[in-house]
Design a protein around this ligand. Structure first.
Ligand code: ADP
Ligand code: ADP
Ligand code: ZN
Length: 214
């Protein structure tokens, strides 16, 4: 299964991506996670990306497209992959199309997790992530068993630097301006499958499996 998952910031892409990759046994390629790992490891890429991420702006295409194309050439992507957070504008989508067509690869579907912008600030500001394993929680909607501690590995939970009110708001605007046009782009290619993301976690995943089985 070769998939893209799209949706506004906070829509539940990362959460559902975990379910999808476990179910279909494919690698999860998240550009946001790749950038956060680069920042943590203080690499050159991390240094360059962090100033954009802090403001909720897009990291330049020249830095982004390469890391994705390199990752897609690793052997574990041969039989499938789930791309999360890429592409985020038309020029990234065109670069991805060129890469895939040069390699003779076709996407099976582009999932859009649709959630109205009005509820997403609360989702982002309440998000907590494990410092160690990256598991995602929410202070209200998906609480860990012990406040502030990861259920999976016992490490502390932290707030992402870009999950403050102002930055979250800017990320929604950046999505509307740059990323939203991709929905029509993939609809025109007959790949777009929209799922209502404003439902219980399990129902969203049930709907995803359902649209992907068609
Ligand atoms: P994205 O990767 O799209 O930014 P996440 O998967 O990290 O989104 O989810 C954003 C926040 O919303 C997290 O705190 C997550 O626990 C919570 N969340 C995800 N899906 C739902 C849902 N269906 N209902 C309520 N909260 C959700
Ligand atoms: P979310 O969906 O919650 O906004 P991500 O983890 O996908 O979170 O992205 C976090 C940040 O990483 C973005 O706001 C942006 O700065 C950067 N980023 C991630 N993917 C891309 C991309 N494809 N192009 C440019 N910037 C990106
Ligand atoms: Zn953990």
């Amino acid at each position: 299964m070769k998939l893209l998952i799209m949706g506004r910031p906070g829509a539940g892409k990362g959460t559902q991506a975990e379910n999808i990759v476990n179910y279909y046994h494919i690698p999860h390629i998240s550009t946001g996670d790749m950038f956060r790992a680069a920042i943590k490891n203080k690499t050159k890429l991390g240094l360059e990306a962090s100033s954009y991420m802090e403001k909720g702006e897009l990291v330049p295409d020249s830095l982004t497209t390469n890391i994705v194309c390199e990752r897609l050439q690793e052997p574990d992507c041969k039989d499938g992959f789930l791309l999360d957070g890429f592409p985020r504008n038309i020029s990234q989508a065109e670069a991805l199309d060129k890469f895939l067509s040069d390699k003779g690869i076709c996407l099976d579907a582009v999932l859009d997790i649709n959630v109205p912008a009005s509820i997403l600030i609360d989702r982002m500001v309440g998000r907590r992530v494990c410092k160690n394993c990256g598991a995602t929680y929410h202070v209200e909607f998906n609480k860990p068993q012990v406040e502030g501690v990861c259920d999976k590995c016992g490490s502390p939970l932290v707030q992402r630097a870009d999950d403050t009110y102002d930055t979250a708001k800017n990320r929604l605007d950046v999505y509307d301006q740059n990323t939203a046009p991709l929905l029509a782009y993939y609809e025109a290619k007959n790949l777009l499958k929209t799922v209502d993301g404003n439902q219980d976690f399990a129902k969203v995943f049930a709907d995803i499996k359902n649209v992907l089985s068609k």
